[in-house]
Design a protein around this ligand. Sequence first.
Ligand code: FEO
Length: 597
Amino acid sequence: MYITDDIIYAGVNDHQVDLFEGQYQVPNGMAYNSYVIKDEKIAVMDTVDGKFTHEWLDNVEKALAGRKPDYLVVQHMEPDHSANIQNFMKAYPEAVIVANAKTFCMVGNFFRSMDLESRTLEVKNGDSLSLGKHVLNFVFAPMVHWPEVMVTYDSTDKVLFSADGFGKFGALDVEEDWDDEARRYYIGIVGKYGAQVQNLLKAASALDIQTICPLHGPVLKENLGHYLEKYHTWSSYGVEDDGVVIAYTSVYGNTKKAAETLAAKLTEKGCPRVVLCDLARMDMSKAVENAFRYGKLVLATTTYNADIFPFMREFIDHLTERGFKKRTVGLMENGSWAPMAAKIMKGMLEGSKDITWLNTTVKITSSLSEDNLKEIDTMAEELCREYIARSDEKANKHDMTALFKIGYGLYVVTSNDGTRDNGLIVNTVSQLTDNPFRVAVNINKANYSHHVIKKTGILNVNCLSVEAPFEVFQNFGFQSGRNVDKFESWETCRSDNGLVFLPKYINAFMSLKVEQYVDLDTHGMFICTVTEARVMSDKETMTYTYYQKNVKPKPETDGKKGFVCKICGYIYEGDTLPDDYICPLCKHGAADFEPIG
Ligand code: FEO
């Protein structure tokens, strides 16, 4: 199979494997990919699992079509890719292994009898190797998924050989959706190393990539943005889909009944997706994958031997091992004489960051009571609050407690110029009166939104919660709605005034109608009445301080001289900053810059 005119697939499918890496069920088998790049010199990219020596060597020989390989590039030493290094070097004694120092150390440990004298080429991060027309550029990717891992970019054909990255479970001769098995693979195998994957994505963003050749799963050529976005969500521990996962264990069926009752209540209240996981019976890696996929998780188990039921303990261990965070979690416990499961489960997640605990915990003693049914209803209400608030039919559209979410916060103000939706970040919103409810919003006249709101007289104020990632600020704060469609990649919800409100990352929004305008020279103040107000969640409002401390990436100022933008981190290198300087990223002025150091 040709990937490009010069790159040929030489991998194999494995339908014999019972448990991949000794633990993961792979009902559709596994693919171990390898590639041959043919040029003046020939490079073979990685080997395959030890069970497929001859099949793979046959594939390589066929791809070579009578020629001899010059290099074996070893990107990853886990045996599913490296097991045939020695066999390859026996078949092609003139070939040279291209790898980094850590890889060569592992090669020595795995193949103790192999003599590599004069048959190695050690590369460093950023090195390149010319094959003639093709130039291979090596980028180290430690801990994606072992410390020696490197990926390789062929700048001629714009192909990224991504090692385990972008891989999935499943052989290539079975048709199946990429997302589910790639997610289960990612969360299970690389999930712990989100920060390292983020680093790799950052390095990859500087490259023009047209094809991704991973070591497992299909070669990716179309719609690469989809895969990159999934990897960004997974590696930043973001919520991929709305919904609630109920993970439970049950000895005699009573806890199961509680879990199923909650599932029914959630569905009745409009929860977009409810996933029930019987931890004793289902594939544990699927339950773990779901916990990372959705935003909310309920753990339901019994007290057992003064601890919790073993499958639940194992499940939570899998979560914490992989850095579970940024989720809403609720607890249901069952115990016939001294229930303590809720306390133990909560304790196990103590080290997990940014967990929002539900106010309601369901405490069952043996079987469901009337009080338990009420608790389950309250829990379902809490879990669905933001989903209900988003619903045009079910939302309370006059919940003026929404105004309590106004603080010295950060807001996305949305508007529409008649052709498209727009949004910008502001930090100047305040409540003026409560009878009638009046709110003031200050907007810089230089912003396109000021012009639009002055013309249309309506706006929505979206109160950002602490969940909002930096991308929200980049999207709404660092570019103009006159030039770009800021909602191009967003699913949108609309309030009664027809404007969009953000479906996530907010704890409330208000629809405002402009009653008065006050000219404040550089800014305009819109004094408005409130026409609609919804509360989405109890999450904390994003304040300017929180943004500075926890959301804005730390600018890389080491070794640099000049000024750094306090808003977006842009670095201006130079001895003096012109007074009229405008940050090219976020458009804030010189007053928002501070000297480096
Ligand atoms: Fe596919 Fe980390 O080996």
